[in-house]
Design a protein around this ligand. Structure first.
Ligand SMILES: [Cu+2]
Length: 123
């Protein structure tokens, strides 16, 4: 009897871990919406970047619209080292940043202090 209870608890635990892992992954990566040969995605800046991973289509002009809600100095700047982009983010204002999508790959971006990170995947 004890063994069955332990087995059930173990299965529930595994199920919970898998659910947590996959649901988190799913909500983390967002594909940009394509409209009239441009693609756009909004990233909310509040204690981090949400969604944290953005998927863009290669060769379609892309705009990432940062919406900064967080007033902490940490998010004053956003830096895309691979694209040579370093921008000041206004608070409570949509701020579009154009991304060159001609090269597929994974690109990290961060706050000006390199503390908070997000990722762009072009494919
Ligand atoms: Cu920072």
């Amino acid at each position: 009897m004890d063994k069955i209870i332990i087995l059930i608890i173990a299965l529930l635990l595994i199920g919970f871990i898998m659910w947590w892992f996959f649901s988190k992954r799913k909500t983390d990566a967002i594909e940009a919406k394509i409209k009239n040969n441009t693609q756009e995605v909004e990233i909310v800046v509040s204690g981090g970047y949400t969604p944290n991973i953005v998927v863009l289509q290669k060769d379609i002009p892309a705009k990432i619209i940062f919406n900064r809600k967080d007033t902490s100095n940490c998010f004053n700047e956003v830096v895309f080292p691979d694209f040579g982009i370093k921008e000041q983010l206004p608070i409570n204002e949509a701020f579009p940043i154009e991304i060159d999508t001609k090269n597929a790959g994974e690109y990290q971006y961060s706050c000006g202090m390199n503390m908070f990170h997000g990722k762009i995947i072009i494919k």
